[in-house]
Write a protein that binds this ligand. Structure first.
Ligand code: NAP
Ligand code: G4F
Length: 330
């Protein structure tokens, strides 16, 4: 009999890679999606006929419990969240409700409806914020710097609490930034690769096409999303639930990202990139670099795609996609 998995956030970057990964492993894959006036499930369009989608929302406790009752999954991956850091300053309450309390709602639904299901929580390196130790490990204390980071810290600890209080198999993956051609356009990697591709193809107006960015000195530990979803699955195959840092152990500045992306299309980034104060954050996370030793040792996990290869993959995919689009939509 096929194993059943439920993914919240299946329409997002990670949800789409995880769904592909689980299908390849022979799972019956179920996804929770929000109702919208226009269905935009682009990231999962290619697997739409192989997965089952159910309407539900992190805010609606009953929809979660009813999904669990209908599906009776062995594994639940909670990837749904308000995931964009700048939005969390504009909508701090909503971010708290989705990204923090939403986790408790899923855990409560599991506890009452499917207590045997294994649970994965999508925690984040944003919890380290103004880092208290470098590189960051599972033991590094948190100092979140945004309402998003604060909400994720709540989600992380409530996951541990339900494991310790009720014996649920609940694991938390502290994932550092991971990217792909499916990354949302507002995140810096995709903004840069998409921007460089548009400029290269002459799609930006003006005598010299510009791309406005914020802090070029921020450093991130960037990996490939396709590699990171394997780590999520591995966490739920262990004998005991636990928490793991998933990272590459390399850090790069936003400027390095820009240099590599523009060089890929044969352009000098200095002629195109401007600093736009609108993208400077009220409080910045200056440096992230994770130590994934525990995941390597216990899960046998390691990243496969390096930083330069990742940026090239994203630029190439954006060039291809833009070339294929009808002129009216450019
Ligand atoms: P993403 O592309 O922004 O996807 C977020 C998903 O959550 C979307 O499917 C979205 O649905 C869904 N969602 C948002 N609010 C919801 C609600 N109230 N009810 C139901 N679904 C809701 O994010 P991602 O990059 O794939 O990240 C996946 C998870 O990992 C998130 O929890 C994120 O915070 C966390 N994380 C990401 C990274 C990273 O670098 N990517 C690192 C650490 C942790 P719609 O399509 O309807 O908007
Ligand atoms: O790409 P970003 O928006 O990602 P951020 O804030 O690190 O958050 C992402 O990774 C987290 C894991 O650490 C996830 F939990 C979270 O859900 C999300 O996926 O920004 C990266 C860096 C920041 O330091 C930002 O200040 O890039 C800097 N940056 C500079 N110019 C910019 C820009 N970021 C964005 N989004 N847009 C800019 O124009």
């Amino acid at each position: 009999m096929k194993r059943r998995a439920l993914i919240t956030g299946i329409t997002g970057q990670d949800g789409s890679y995880l769904a592909e990964f689980l299908l390849a492993k022979g799972y019956e894959v179920h996804g929770m999606v929000r109702r919208s006036s226009e269905e935009k499930f682009e990231r999962i369009a290619h697997i739409r006929d192989r997965i089952t989608l159910h309407q539900g929302d992190l805010l609606d406790q009953f929809s979660l419990a009813s999904l669990l009752r209908i599906i009776d999954p062995q594994e639940v991956y909670n990837l749904a969240a308000q995931s964009f850091v700048p939005t969390s300053w504009n909508q701090p309450v909503l971010t708290g409700e989705f990204t923090a309390l939403g986790v408790t709602k899923v855990l409560e639904a599991i506890r009452h409806t499917a207590p045997g299901a294994r649970f994965y929580q999508a925690s984040s390196s944003e919890m380290f914020g103004r880092v208290l130790e470098t590189p960051q490990t599972e033991q590094t204390p948190f100092y979140p710097r945004s309402p998003y980071g604060v909400a994720k810290a709540y989600g992380h600890f409530i996951t541990i609490n339900y494991r310790e209080s009720f014996g649920l198999f609940a694991s938390s993956g502290i994932l550092f930034n991971h990217e792909s051609p499916r990354r949302g356009l507002e995140f810096v990697t995709r903004k840069v690769t998409h921007g460089a591709a548009r400029i290269k193809l002459g799609l930006e107006r003006g005598p010299v096409a510009k791309l406005g960015l914020g802090n070029l000195d921020a450093r991130r530990d960037w990996g490939f999303a396709g590699d990171y979803v394997e780590a999520m699955w591995l966490m739920l195959q262990q004998e005991k639930a636990d928490d793991y840092v998933i990272a590459t152990n390399e850090t790069h500045t936003v400027q390095e990202l820009v240099e590599i992306a523009f060089a890929r299309v044969g352009l000098d980034w200095k002629e195109h990139v401007t600093i736009d104060p609108a993208f400077i954050r009220p409080a910045e996370v200056d440096l992230l670099i994770g130590d994934p030793s525990k995941a390597k040792k216990k899960l046998g996990w390691q990243p496969k795609v390096g930083f330069r290869e990742l940026v090239h993959m994203m630029v190439d995919a954006d060039l291809e996609r833009l070339k294929r689009l009808p002129e009216a939509s450019l």
